[in-house]
Every structure is written in structure tokens, then in C-alpha cells.
Design a protein around this ligand. Structure first.
Ligand code: ATP
Ligand code: MG
Length: 349
């Protein structure tokens, strides 16, 4: 992984480390570059170090060591200039909830030295566009969660930043608004704004982002472009809805297919293999499908593979959380447990 500053990068993070005062090591010398004009996904599990990286970039968190450059500006040397390039949508709601959206965005513009007349124009544009115009004079506390998040996006755009950093902007956002925000982010990106996005919705990252960095336990374990990454997927699973019920698998598909129920067939297709031959086999056996879909999001499949591998290398107890893949071996569904515990304690139902 690169440790050099890329010329013309919107963001260069070099050997960045962070240990919080309580001793928690959040970042272990991570380095990456985000090119100008890029749409970059910064992914990783809860507690991986994404927000810490963003916090340091925006000087909300003090780094322990390393360097951060924003459009070539060393944040240690001229943080004011570096900061003027950045628009931040933080993970946590951090505006004064007793102020109105109008005041919040206008004050933000003032903070960045935007002229009043320009600020008013920007406020009108973004509050309208983000569906907050009718609420502009309300107390922000009264906005819904999704509206508050949109207000933070409007606020981040008030000074026309060249780099927009969005830390989980679509968390808790309804489906329709999410689609709207996807489109909005794409428009901003097409206008030339570099975007860094953190999200736990991998489908979102796959849809929007060209490059991707994955942080795990404070280390950057992957820094690549989305296309190359998706090409590594060894196998995809398709789910077929069958026109008529079947009770046994067709000849030749025993190894790769499973019947979920009598009208739902799941088939694994290895990379490089054609899906046509599978359809030929099905047709020969008199089986017809009325619909087909990908079982899981492709990036999600890769992510699971990747983090399973990483989990092994941290089996020294660094990661206390048992992780999703061990849940099955630890967990007894509650009705069963309740029944068993009750039986053991002699309670009768
Ligand atoms: N102020 C703090 N003091 C001490 N430890 C902290 C502080 N902020 C974060 N941490 C710890 O640093 C690590 C990285 O946290 P961070 O918030 O950067 O993770 P994240 O990748 O953004 O996670 P999430 O997806 O849950 O938002 C975690 O172990 C977290 O508990
Ligand atoms: Mg975070």
C-alpha cells in the first residue's frame, strides 16, 4: 500500500496514527490517497477507525503522528486553507438544535467568510433542493432524523467545498430519500467535487464509488478501485423463481445448486463460467424460470470474504466482539432457550 503523497490528490493521508487518551489505538499508520474528482468509499466495521481518520482530516481529532494533506496543503502548516477546501457531514448530529436551519446554514457560511448575499443565495438553493425550505424557520430540534441529516449536507455545501466528506450520510434515511441523496451526490461529483463516503450499506458504495479503502482495526487492509475489486469475486449466487414446482435437482446441478423450496432454486456460478450453460441444462430438464436475481450484493460477498480472513489474523483477542460468523455457534434462539431454561428450573408451561 502506498505511503507516498500523490501529486494532485484531493486528500493524502501518510502514516497516520492515533491513540486516544484512554489508550485505545484507533489508527496504526494508515496511508492512502484520494484523487481529485474521485468518489471514494471508506469502509470498515464499527470501530474500525473511519470517523477517527475523518476527524483528524478536519482537525476535530488530534493525531498522534503522521501527515494529512488536503489538495497539497499540509494541515499542520495551513489548516485554515486546508479546512476551507473541505465540507464535512459528520456521523453525529452536531448543530445547535435550538437554532433554525436558516440560521445554521447562514452562520456556517459566515464562519467560512462567504459574503452575506452569496450566503443567502446558497441557503435558498440548498435548503430548497434538500427539501428543507418549508422548515427553514423551525427549531431544528423539531426536524425528523432524515431532515437533520439533510440539513448537515446543506450546511457542508455552503462554502462550495472542493472535497465533501460524508460520514454515514444515509444512516437512518428512508429508501426514497436515500435514492435522492445518491443522485444528489453523483451530481455534485460530476460538477467536480471530490467525495469521500463512509457507509455500512455496501450496495451504496458499489453503486456510487470508483475507489475504495477498507480499514480494519485501525489498519488499511485494502485500497483499490471498485472494478478491480469486483473482478476478484470468485463466485456469484443467483436465485431463480421457477415457473413450476420441482422436488429434485436436475441432473448435473447437484454440486452447484440447491432447492430453497420447490419453486426457488439457488445456483452458484464460478467466475469465468457462463450462466447460459446452466440455463441450457435447466431447459433440457424441462425447468423454466420466471425470474432471476443476484442473491447478495457483490461487494458484500467480497467484504465478508475479506473480513473473515482478517478476523483470523486477529484471533489474539484484539477483537472482543464475537463477530457475525460466530453467532450461530454461540446463540440459542430465545424461544428454545426460554423453554429449556424453564424446563431446567422446573417451571411448566
Ligand atoms: N473519543 C474517543 N476516546 C476513546 N476512544 C475512541 C474515541 N473515539 C473513538 N474511539 C475508539 O477508536 C476506535 C475507532 O473509532 P471510530 O469512531 O473511528 O470508528 P468507525 O470506523 O468510525 O466506526 P463506526 O462505523 O461505528 O462509526 C474505536 O475503538 C472507538 O471506540
Ligand atoms: Mg464512524
Amino acid at each position: 500500500m502506498t505511503t507516498t503523497i500523490e501529486k494532485d490528490a484531493a486528500l493524502s493521508v501518510v502514516n497516520l496514527s492515533k491513540t486516544y487518551r484512554n489508550g485505545r489505538v484507533a489508527l496504526k499508520s494508515i496511508s492512502f490517497n484520494v484523487r481529485q474528482g474521485d468518489f471514494y468509499a471508506l469502509l470498515g466495521r464499527n470501530g474500525a477507525g473511519k470517523s477517527t481518520t475523518i476527524g483528524i482530516t478536519c482537525s476535530l481529532v488530534n493525531k498522534s503522528s503522521g501527515k494529512v494533506y488536503v489538495f497539497g496543503v499540509d494541515t499542520d502548516e495551513d489548516f485554515g486553507l486546508a479546512k476551507s477546501y473541505i465540507g464535512l457531514v459528520p456521523q453525529e448530529i452536531n448543530f445547535n438544535q435550538f437554532e433554525s436551519p436558516w440560521n445554521i446554514v447562514i452562520n456556517q457560511a459566515g464562519y467560512y467568510g462567504v459574503r452575506r448575499s452569496e450566503a443567502v443565495e446558497q441557503a435558498e438553493k440548498y435548503l430548497s433542493f434538500l427539501g428543507l425550505w418549508d422548515h427553514r424557520n423551525a427549531m431544528s430540534r423539531s426536524l425528523s432524523g432524515g431532515m437533520k441529516r439533510r440539513l448537515m449536507i446543506a450546511r457542508a455545501l455552503m462554502h462550495d467545498p472542493k472535497l465533501l466528506i460524508l460520514d454515514e450520510p444515509t444512516a437512518g434515511i428512508d429508501f426514497e430519500t436515500r435514492l435522492f441523496l445518491w443522485e444528489f451526490m453523483q451530481v455534485l461529483n460530476k460538477q467536480g467535487i471530490t467525495i469521500i463516503l463512509t457507509t455500512h450499506y455496501l450496495h451504496e458504495a458499489e453503486q456510487l464509488c470508483r475507489n475504495i479503502g477498507v480499514i480494519e482495526l485501525g489498519e488499511l487492509i485494502l485500497d483499490t478501485d471498485m472494478k478491480t475489486l469486483l473482478r476478484q469475486l470468485n463466485q456469484e449466487t443467483y436465485v431463480l423463481d421457477l415457473v413450476k414446482p420441482i422436488h429434485t435437482l436436475p441432473h448435473g446441478l447437484n454440486e452447484t445448486a440447491r432447492l430453497n423450496d420447490e419453486t426457488t432454486l439457488e445456483i452458484d456460478v464460478s467466475r469465468g463460467n457462463s450462466i447460459n450453460s446452466i440455463f441450457e441444462q435447466l431447459t433440457k430438464s424441462g425447468i423454466h424460470a420466471s425470474g432471476i436475481r443476484n442473491k447478495s450484493n457483490r461487494l458484500e460477498s467480497l467484504f465478508i470474504e475479506l473480513l473473515k480472513i482478517e478476523a483470523k489474523s486477529y484471533s489474539d483477542g484484539d477483537r472482543k466482539w464475537i463477530g457475525w460468523n460466530s453467532v450461530q455457534s454461540h446463540y440459542t434462539p430465545w424461544p428454545e432457550r426460554k423453554l429449556r431454561d424453564s424446563c431446567e428450573s422446573g417451571v411448566r408451561h
